[in-house]
Design a protein around this ligand. Structure first.
Ligand code: GTP
Ligand code: MG
Length: 204
């Protein structure tokens, strides 16, 4: 799928502020600094999401309208150590409300740094998604920072760790915003999901 237009729509502090729409949407979440905003820019071939070397850059729910037909959502990162406990609880509430209540959320992409073994916070988060039956996929980021052999080794290790508690490895993509790796694959996956979503809307 081609991204022809990508425009910032709105920043919201809670799910009630998000666009009232039936357009399908795809949200990107993961630990702070994992590369969510960079990946969104890579998918759109445009610097629409703000990126930063410092973690904690994205603090709101940011909607971007794509091809006047669907949304990409840039979410704040979790697990940012410098956030106070009260802020973290508030944050977790507003993100979990968004995830649980957003009816047009078709798929959540959980971004994971390809250089790291499975982190407890990501494992807990994916567990919570599964318990709440939220459809998600993993996107491994920053693969340009690894050699082919290191990447293979890390992927095998990650899968082994997942399979200690999961019956199967969730679907995943391997990406680099730097080298534009995985762009077609992620966009094609989104396209397939949009087609399915629109079919299910019509049959209602
Ligand atoms: P928060 O909004 O703070 O949670 O961060 P984020 O997950 O949106 O990360 P962001 O896209 O701002 O990227 C964080 C840092 O990682 C920036 O310095 C990016 O340039 C860098 N980065 C992101 N993706 C890649 C990648 O694929 N390769 C490399 N080498 N660096 C990347
Ligand atoms: Mg960000």
């Amino acid at each position: 799928m081609q991204v022809n237009t990508a425009d910032f729509a709105i920043s919201s502090t809670n799910v009630d502020g998000c666009p009232k729409t039936h357009f399908p949407e795809f949200a990107f979440i993961g630990r702070s600094n994992v590369g969510k905003s960079s990946l969104i820019n890579m998918l759109c071939s445009k610097k629409i999401a703000h990126t930063s070397v410092k973690p904690g850059k994205t603090r709101l729910i940011n909607h971007f309208l794509i091809n006047n037909a669907w949304y990409i959502v840039d979410l704040p990162g979790y697990g940012y150590a410098k956030v106070s406990k009260t802020d973290r609880i508030e944050f977790e509430k507003f993100i979990s409300f968004y995830i649980l209540e957003r009816k047009n959320l078709v798929c959540l992409f959980v971004l994971i740094d390809s250089r790291l073994p499975l982190q407890a916070i990501d494992a807990q988060f994916m567990q919570w998604l599964a318990e709440n039956e939220i459809p998600f996929c993993i996107i491994f980021t920053k693969i340009d920072k690894l050699s082919k052999t290191e990447l293979q080794k890390n992927m095998a290790h990650f899968e082994k760790q997942m399979l200690l508690t999961w019956e199967f490895m969730p679907g995943y993509f391997i990406t680099s915003a730097e080298k534009k790796t995985g762009k077609e694959e992620v966009l094609d996956y989104i396209h397939e999901n949009i087609v399915e979503y629109n079919k299910s809307l019509q049959s209602k």
